[in-house]
Ligand binder design. Structure first.
Ligand code: SF4
Length: 130
């Protein structure tokens, strides 16, 4: 069952990754969300280096009370890639799977590659060398 598509999360009513989120978002993500009618100040903040999704009472601004995402079809690239994350090891940055996700062990090789491509795209949009 697919993790990146959110099928496994929905089936298990899991939205752990949308609580206390620190998700970085790119200007493209921001533009898409603004075009959907949301206001900048309500859904993001700047941490001094990157724009990140804002939490309200410990929950992502876009998280519905039933655990679904208000902007699922246009959600940020980092959310689409999760639980694939970039990890630094021996000064090398690699794609890995976040153990914080209860279903991290279920990810397929194909999903890992797919998530990794999304992250590379995100970090290139952020102007980072990856
Ligand atoms: S934008 Fe949606 S998928 Fe991403 S953290 Fe917020 S609620 Fe979760």
């Amino acid at each position: 069952m697919s993790i990146l598509s959110g099928v496994l999360c929905l089936k298990n009513n899991c939205y752990k990754c949308c609580l206390e989120t620190e998700m970085i978002i790119s200007l493209r993500d921001i533009t898409r969300i603004l075009e959907a009618g949301y206001k900048l100040s309500e859904f993001l903040y700047f941490d001094g280096k990157n724009w990140r999704l804002r939490n309200v009472n410990g929950r992502c601004f876009f998280l519905n009370t039933d655990g679904t995402c208000k902007i699922y079809s246009i959600r940020p690239l980092g959310c689409r890639a999760y639980p694939v994350i970039l990890v630094e090891s021996n000064k090398e940055v690699k794609c890995g799977v976040d153990d914080y996700c209860p279903f991290s062990q279920e990810i397929t090789d194909r999903e890992l590659v797919d998530g990794c491509k999304k992250l590379v795209k995100l970090f290139r949009e952020l102007g980072e060398k990856v």
